[in-house]
Write a protein that binds this ligand. Structure first.
Ligand code: MCA
Ligand code: AMP
Length: 505
């Protein structure tokens, strides 16, 4: 095949008048119209001197055009690098510079703030907004609506997704065409998606979940998506009767359960609810079934691997587990110290191997070697076990990571900022239970002798450099951080002592 990912997900829909996207304003975009848009964008990107293998960093609102950019990159061999729309200019600068992006695509409203970033990195700055306006669509207007697809091999890179590191620096996970395609093929089959499906899509499209799981599946199945700009409870409740399936993070499901309009009748026709990106509490699973009669299907994945395991479509979807290894994916549990495989039932490090596992971290051979073994197993940083029926259970994380509403926050990055603030001697950042977000970020500060850190000024400094979801929801001043005899900060003590901080009514 000339370009496996493009041909399989996109190209074969050429000429199909069937709907691809149902938009919030009531309009519909057909598969064919989408592909014609894609082709025009691909021409415009070539005209902007982007060649196969170049990186395009995109910080753009969720819209049909944004998906068009993804498709145009796949069709023209450009590596797509989507960025969280919440990232500050400082954060974007790191990704653009580190990836060596040839183009930075942003919202026109952000162009002024991001121009120095693009100029500094020698990248072309293009714009696109959620209505489909901007310099990219201007350049695409009048371009042909077919584009000669650039040949690619399964092993060629299709996307970079940055994932933060426990040591602070974000790492660019290099995903190949084969990684994305193999996972989409397995999931369509495992979750029984067909062209009759209508997926309610309320996730962001700059992460694996919304882009490579939800969107790639629907493209491969040939179905359509109710494409909402974000998870807005009124829009979701209104759209559910027209959908057959929904994918979400646990916060989507707890928010739905909090709404009296979310009834058994509203979702009687649905065939599937999928949850992932963060642990789904067993109580949410149970409350959801009581309310709707549906058992949420929980699965487990990562940026570096796409999806690894899933509860079954038929058969028991067990609360508190992430199900079985997907076909073609091997999961083992190893001793975190020795790396030796542990007997069934014992808790250790989850490792995965399969066609879904990424190629490595961009320009970070040492990091790659630390996490991706020569035998192909990727060390996930998640702790878990495989029970006597083969279900994988995640019981904790060896990596210092907070998952807030499905977004990952690496404490190190926030601690580095807090430590730099006037009057702060040291800090520790932890995730504490939060009723809406699962976990939320809390910062603990120890002042320098006789200093009184200005908490408002610290919050302002965080707002300048870090995306909103990384901001500590609370800053607590302590005389000292709890430490063990080795001098290591005991974050578990902070988590235990302050467990009720954000949940207390
Ligand atoms: C928004 N805010 C957040 C979050 N989202 N703060 C912490 N954590 C968050 N996740 C900020 C907002 O900027 C706002 O700031 C304030 O919190 C309240 O916003 P709210 O309106 O409640 O939030 P929202 O806009 O409704 O968003 C919540 C959300 C959203 C719907 C849960 O975060 C979301 O769509 N999350 C999904 C993330 C996702 O797709 N993850 C997949 C990663 P202010 O107070 O200043 O107004 S892929 C992955 O993990 C792997 C591969 C996998 O397995 O899938
Ligand atoms: P990311 O780096 O954004 O790809 O996040 C991946 C991490 O999310 C995994 O390593 C897990 O810690 C977590 N995760 C994803 N799905 C689940 C799940 N169903 N249950 C628990 N944790 C999950």
């Amino acid at each position: 095949m000339a370009n496996p990912l493009y041909d399989t997900l996109f190209g074969r829909h050429a000429g199909r008048a069937a709907p691809f996207l149902h938009l919030a304003d009531g309009k519909t975009l057909s598969h064919d119209a989408f592909l014609r848009l894609t082709a025009r964008y691909a021409h415009a990107l070539r005209a902007a001197s982007l060649e196969p293998g170049d990186r395009l960093a995109a910080q753009i609102a969720k819209s049909p055009g944004a998906l068009g950019v993804y498709a145009a990159c796949v069709q023209s061999g450009i590596i797509f690098l989507p960025l969280n729309t919440g990232y500050t200019a400082d954060e974007v600068e790191y990704f653009v510079t580190d990836s060596g992006a040839k183009c930075l695509l942003c919202d026109p409203a952000r162009a002024e703030a991001l121009r120095p970033v693009a100029d500094g990195a020698g990248a072309v700055l293009l714009t696109l907004d959620e209505t489909g306006a901007g310099s990219l669509p201007d350049a695409a207007a009048g371009q042909p609506d077919t584009f000669e697809t650039t040949p690619r091999k399964a092993d060629d890179l299709a996307a970079f997704l940055y994932t933060s590191g426990t040591t602070g620096r974000s790492k660019g996970a290099m995903l190949t065409q084969g990684n994305l395609l193999s996972n989409a093929e397995v999931l369509v089959d495992y979750w029984r998606f067909t062209e009759d499906d209508v997926l309610l899509h309320a996730l962001p499209i700059f992460h694996t979940h919304g882009l490579f799981v939800a969107t790639n599946i629907m493209l491969l199945a040939g179905g359509s998506m109710i494409f909402l700009p974000k998870f807005h409870i009124d829009q979701v409740v209104e759209a559910l009767p027209r959908a057959t399936a929904m994918m979400g993070v646990p916060t989507f499901y707890t928010r739905l359960l909090d709404d009296p309009r979310f009834t058994r009748d509203l979702v009687a026709h649905m065939r599937l609810f999928v949850s992932g990106s963060a642990p789904l509490l067993a109580e949410t699973h149970v409350a959801f079934e009581d309310r709707t009669g549906h058992r949420i299907l929980e699965r487990y994945g990562m940026t570096e691997t796409n999806m690894n395991t899933s509860n079954p479509y038929d058969g028991a979807r067990r609360a508190g587990t992430v199900g079985f290894p997907l076909p073609g994916v091997e999961v083992i549990v190893t001793d975190p110290e020795t790396g030796d495989e542990l007997p069934q039932g014992e808790t250790g490090m989850i490792e995965v191997r399969g066609p879904n596992v990424f190629k490595g971290y961009w320009n970070m051979p040492e990091k790659t070697a630390e996490e991706l073994r020569e035998n192909g197993f990727f060390i996930t940083g998640d702790l878990g076990l495989i029970d006597d029926q083969g279900y994988v259970q995640i019981v904790g994380r060896a990596k210092d990571l907070i998952i807030s509403g499905g977004y990952n926050v690496y404490p190190k990055e926030v601690e580095a900022l807090l430590d730099d603030q006037p009057g702060v001697l040291e800090s520790a950042v932890v995730g504490l239970p939060h009723p809406d977000l699962g976990e939320a970020v809390v910062g603990f500060l120890v002042p320098q002798a006789d200093a009184k850190p200005d908490l408002d000024a610290i919050a302002e400094a965080a707002a300048k450099s870090l995306a909103r979801f990384k901001h500590p929801r609370r800053l607590i001043v302590l005389n000292a951080l709890p430490r063990n005899t080795m001098g290591k900060v005991q974050k578990n003590v902070l988590r235990d002592d302050y467990a009720d901080l954000l949940t207390a009514k």
